[in-house]
Every structure is written in structure tokens, then in C-alpha cells.
Design a protein around this ligand. Structure first.
Ligand SMILES: C[S@@+](CC[C@H](N)C(=O)[O-])C[C@H]1O[C@@H](n2cnc3c(N)ncnc32)[C@H](O)[C@@H]1O
Length: 162
């Protein structure tokens, strides 16, 4: 019984500590993933970054289109799910365990996020710092970046350029 309680507490911990650094796990629906990839204008051979990649389903959608991707995930349970989900497409998908705020982001043509309003300003700063010499597009699901003009809005998806 105590093992079950400990396991339950561990699961609760994994899903709640992430709230300090970003949004909790909630996946983007398939048609919204496809819309986001379309807005990012990604083509075969391009690279997509997903900051907080959840169970990796967006990365799989991209891989099926020949797009390479890098996904960051902090929740260890969800990261484990992503490893399983993306296994078949592991040549195109690189998964990185950890807090993306502390990572130097690699060059990419597109970035996708589904975070929370309270992190959008911080994201704007990180994107501006990391992609000051390149042209990189960002799609944010549900949350706009305060003070930055989006170049397109389609349903709940906001498109930005850095
Ligand atoms: C709302 S979910 C979106 C999942 C996925 N991007 C999708 O749209 O299907 C946010 C994900 O980001 C992860 N996350 C939040 N903050 C993070 C951080 N600072 N570093 C890495 N992952 C983070 C959460 O664990 C969660 O899986």
C-alpha cells in the first residue's frame, strides 16, 4: 500500500513541479498540429523545435512530412511517453530531457510552443536572444506574446517572426 502511495505522490510531483517552469501537459490536437506546421511554412528537411514537446505527437506529425525536429520535455513521465511515441521516427526526431529555459537552442526554421500566458514575455526574450541573426518563425498555441505583433492568427494559433 505504501509503495502505491509513494508512486502516486511521485506521479503528482512529476506533473506539478513543471508548473514552475511552464504549462502542464495538455496535447495539441492533430488538425491544430497540421495547421501550425503549415503556418510555420516548414518543408522537407527543415528543422522544427518544440519547447515542451509533451508526448511527442507533434514531432511525429512533422516527421511524417520529412521535417526534422528537436523536442524538449521536463516532465520525466511525459518524456518517457515521448521516447516511445517517437521511436519509429528516431532518425528525424531528437528528444532532449530538461528545462528548455536553460538550453541553448539550435538553429531551426520553426519553433512551436503551447505554454501559458505567464511565460510568454520570457519566451519573447529567449527567442530574441537566440535567433537574433537568423529568421525563425514561432507559432504559439492559445497565448499571444505581449507587446509583439503577430504576423498571422489562425484560430488559436499565433505566428511570429524572429
Ligand atoms: C501544454 S503541454 C503541450 C505539449 C505539446 N507541446 C503539445 O502541444 O502537444 C506543455 C508541455 O511542456 C512541458 N514543459 C513545460 N515547461 C517546460 C520547460 N521549461 N522545459 C521543458 N518542458 C516543459 C510540460 O511538461 C508539458 O508536457
Amino acid at each position: 500500500m505504501s509503495i502505491l502511495v509513494a508512486a502516486g505522490l511521485m506521479v503528482v510531483f512529476c506533473f506539478s513541479f513543471v508548473l514552475l517552469f511552464g504549462a502542464p501537459y495538455l496535447p495539441t490536437l492533430k488538425h491544430q498540429q497540421q495547421q501550425a506546421i503549415g503556418m510555420l511554412g516548414l518543408n522537407k528537411g527543415d528543422t522544427l523545435l518544440e519547447l515542451g514537446c509533451g508526448d511527442g505527437r507533434m514531432l511525429v506529425t512533422a516527421a511524417k512530412l520529412g521535417i526534422n525536429s528537436v523536442g524538449y520535455e521536463l516532465n520525466p513521465i511525459v518524456f518517457g511517453l515521448a521516447v516511445i511515441t517517437t521511436f519509429k521516427y528516431r532518425k528525424n526526431i531528437k528528444l532532449i530531457y530538461g528545462n528548455f529555459w536553460h538550453k541553448k537552442l539550435p538553429p531551426a526554421q520553426g519553433v512551436y510552443v503551447f505554454l501559458h500566458s505567464r511565460f510568454m514575455h520570457k519566451l519573447d526574450i529567449k527567442m530574441s536572444q537566440q535567433y537574433d541573426k537568423t529568421s525563425t518563425r514561432l507559432v504559439s498555441y492559445a497565448f499571444a506574446i505581449p507587446g509583439k505583433k503577430h504576423i498571422k492568427k489562425q484560430n488559436a494559433l499565433y505566428l511570429y517572426e524572429y
